[in-house]
Design a protein around this ligand. Structure first.
Ligand code: ADP
Ligand code: G6P
Length: 465
């Protein structure tokens, strides 16, 4: 029987406009290679332990349902009120409730049992993100010996924050059940290895792998990317003008889920400072911020929405004129073709995350530019993308003045320098695209041996030191 790729993630793409980095990259990968994608149905319900099969094209989708209580406790609760803030350096936003942890464990157990029924011996299983960290452990309990890989799309938490997590000691143990642990950046890998080094149950082997009980895992970085070619093509397509012939030039653009990790309040403040102190006289620059709401029901997301509405009102109130609105704050999704077009028109792309696994918007902004007259990417030093896109205008998103100066620099940058920086960034975007991300990850996963405890004996690895 042939190998089949089974991808598991909480989010399953249902509509035409995938939003969120995970879905965007994996959609591109699976659309090209085929396989099967397991994820949650957007509507709550009871699946009675069986997947719902949704179409075969361009890949098969198998949906499980989350009950209302699972939505609240597993998804909004443990995943997005414990793990998300913890990994994004916001321990102050962590909410610890026993019901969250119980639901998280229970959903992982339930989905593992459903997958165990679905899986064939040659299948390769690729688990995505923080919603499913214990999934491999649960699958192994059910004697699933297939190769199982894990990719964390968000930053790996710092050691000091890990101990805030309920049952923190199970975090390393759960990860160790994967043959391969994939992370976005070399810095993430360093933090993950630090966690294992700190754990007396883990042993480092001479080949760099980690032995944990009877399991052997590899930890490696695989920077995620986009379908660069498709996005470059998309951005070149002519679209009807949305500005009624009067485009607000020059303008900066931001496109983010409305998440506190994206640093939007500081971005707005920096734009306000730029308008007040640095903008050349008689110019009317705009910031177009597209930010659809996300994870409603978690207080921190409601708070950030309110804060941004207040800031928009304040800055527009201070600077707007009858025919000029400096900040256009749009709380909706925009179709990808329109997004690509807007990126191409924008003189400056703003990515100012306080913490971010990679940030695909940074890569999309670059891919969308016109090589003859490219715009400038202002990129937070705390986004994973900054590790390789070193020729973007890197910025500390906590430093409002510095960001205002970066916006000014982007608007004023001479063509030659814009092109040089763009070419460097584009090379990175093309080199680390979605296909090579998946290809590199799966190649390493395939080269790991199947039954890990056996693999350990066969390879006769020696503990290091
Ligand atoms: P995250 O995964 O945290 O949401 P990324 O920047 O890595 O952040 O990925 C976001 C993806 O979602 C990008 O592909 C981006 O184009 C898309 N996206 C974000 N906001 C919107 C929006 N308002 N409309 C359409 N697509 C969006
Ligand atoms: C990030 C996470 C993904 C998640 C996406 C959208 O990219 O890494 O796992 O799917 O945000 O968030 P949501 O909660 O809407 O799935």
């Amino acid at each position: 029987m042939n190998e089949r790729l089974i991808v598991v993630s909480n989010r399953l793409p249902m509509g035409d406009t995938p939003s969120g980095g995970l879905v965007v990259s994996l959609h591109d990968v699976l659309a090209a290679s085929g396989g099967c994608w397991i994820g949650s149905h957007p509507e709550a319900g009871d699946d009675h332990g069986a997947f719902e099969r949704i179409g075969e094209e361009p890949y098969q989708r198998l949906a499980f349902r989350l009950t209302q209580s699972e939505m609240e406790n597993y998804y909004l609760g443990y995943a997005n009120s414990v793990l998300w803030p913890l990994c994004h350096r916001r321990p102050d936003l962590v909410k610890i409730r026993p019901a969250y942890r119980e639901a998280y464990e229970a959903v992982n157990r339930r989905i593992a049992a459903m997958i165990a029924h679905e899986v064939s011996p040659e299948d390769i299983i690729w688990v995505q993100d923080y919603h499913f960290i214990p999934l491999a452990r649960e699958l192994r309990k059910l004697r699933v010996t297939n190769r199982i890989g894990f990719f964390l799309h968000i930053p790996f938490p710092v050691l000091a924050d890990l101990s805030i997590m309920p049952q923190a000691e199970t975090f390393a143990e759960c990860l160790a059940h994967y043959n391969l642990i994939g992370l976005q950046t070399r810095e993430d890998v360093a933090r993950c290895l630090e966690m294992f080094r700190d754990d007396p149950r883990a042993e480092f082997m001479t080949d760099g792998s980690i032995k944990f009980g009877e399991h052997v895992s590899l930890v490696h970085s695989f920077p995620i990317g986009i379908d660069a070619k498709a996005f470059e093509d998309e951005a070149r397509r002519e679209l009807p003008d949305v500005f009624g012939g009067a485009s607000p030039a020059p303008f900066a653009i931001g496109v983010d889920r409305l998440d506190y990790s994206k640093g939007l309040p500081n971005r707005f403040r920096a734009f306000g400072t730029y308008l007040a102190d640095l903008r050349p006289e008689h110019t009317r620059p705009c910031l177009i911020q597209i930010a659809p709401p996300t994870r409603l029901g978690v207080q921190a997301y409601e708070d950030i929405t309110e804060e941004l509405q207040g800031l928009t009102g304040k800055i527009n109130g201070q600077f707007a004129e009858l025919d000029w609105t400096p900040i256009r704050f749009i709380n909706r999704s925009v179709e990808r073709a329109r997004l690509a077009h807007l990126f191409r028109m924008a003189r400056c792309g703003l990515v100012t995350s306080l913490a971010d696994g990679m940030n695909l918007v940074a890569k999309e902004y670059i891919a969308a530019q016109d090589p003859a007259d490219p715009g400038v990417l202002v990129l937070s030093q705390f986004a994973g993308a900054a590790e390789d896109m070193t020729e973007a205008l890197l910025v500390n998103p906590y430093d409002i003045e510095a960001m205002a100066h970066r916006i000014d620099e982007a608007f004023r940058m001479p063509l030659g320098e814009r092109q040089r920086r763009y070419r460097h960034c584009l090379e990175v975007v093309r080199k680390t695209d979605a296909t090579s991300w998946a290809h590199n990850f799966l190649n390493v996963l395939r080269s790991s041996l199947k039954a890990l405890d056996l693999a350990f004996q066969e390879r006769e690895l020696q503990p290091f030191g």
